[in-house]
Design a protein around this ligand. Structure first.
Ligand SMILES: O=C(O)[C@H](O)[C@@H](O)[C@H](O)[C@H](O)COP(=O)(O)O
Length: 248
């Protein structure tokens, strides 16, 4: 059973700094143990904020031996500034010596799969399978996640087919309640393949969903409740987001 921990910080700046420092340790440890590490990136202010912190304090990460995947993507044209991939490049990936062959962005909305996010999702599922290390998809070292105020993670929104998916690892979304409506997202079964799931959550508007998720809500209502790492799950929260949690 996965170990679930909540780590509380003063504010978003402190929580992204702490998560970045822990991420350095995990990546360096995985590279020492297995030669390479794999991480899954997320969008949102905290996910991208963490990447800026990683750029400032990269420790001993061997960038050439890091595989980078994405947990979800806005199905927008290549190079669009709202793609999570582009934001990750600006914050970190353009500034460190990553191996371009080890960056695995999700397909573009204007490419081979234009108009068909589900076909794009199948393609990304094949890509994941091609990088698997024994299982159906990689056992990612860390899957980073942000969370929306209603509890969404990746592009898994409450009460949708995507959050209810039990077999596929990647699905297309055509009716996202948050624009843009077309997205590609890893599902909860994919998130659960990660050794570690880290949720980065700040702000009072997230407090209710944090408390519900940590208490084990139904993932159909609060998708973050279903985001559990195979080994561990850590909530990096600020005081405002922790406000509704029971005090220890
Ligand atoms: O795809 C999107 O529209 C956003 O990336 C979104 O899913 C975001 O990750 C969360 O809402 C958390 O965002 P914050 O970290 O900014 O709170």
């Amino acid at each position: 059973m996965t170990d679930v921990r909540v780590q509380t910080y003063d504010d978003a700046d402190a929580l992204t700094s702490a998560a970045a420092a822990e991420l350095v340790e995990v990546i360096v440890g995985a590279q020492a143990e297995r030669g390479s590490a794999s991480i899954v990136l997320t969008g949102g202010g905290n996910g991208i904020g963490l990447l800026r912190k990683l750029r400032e304090n990269p420790g001993a990460i061997d960038w050439a031996m890091l595989d980078v995947f994405w947990g979800d993507e806005r199905f927008l044209p290549a190079g669009h500034k709202d793609r999570n991939e582009i934001q990750a490049h600006e914050a970190l990936l353009d500034h460190v010596p990553v191996d371009p062959a080890r960056l695995h962005p999700m397909p573009y909305g204007d490419g081979l799969y234009a108009g068909d996010p589900d076909a794009a999702a199948h393609a990304y599922e094949h890509l994941l399978a091609a990088h698997a290390d024994g299982g159906p998809i990689p056992d990612f070292d860390v899957h980073l996640l942000g969370m929306g105020g209603e509890g969404h993670v990746n592009s898994l929104f409450p009460d949708t087919e995507a959050v209810q998916e039990t077999k596929r690892f990647v699905v297309g979304v055509t009716d996202s309640p948050k624009p843009p409506s077309e997205r590609v997202t890893l599902t909860l079964p994919a998130v659960r393949r990660a050794r570690r799931v880290w949720l980065l959550v700040a702000g009072a508007d997230k407090a209710e969903a944090v408390a519900a998720a940590v208490a084990g809500a139904d993932p159909n209502d609060i998708p973050a409740a279903g985001a559990l790492g195979a080994e561990s799950t850590v909530w990096f929260v600020d005081r405002a987001a922790a406000a509704d949690l029971p005090t220890a």
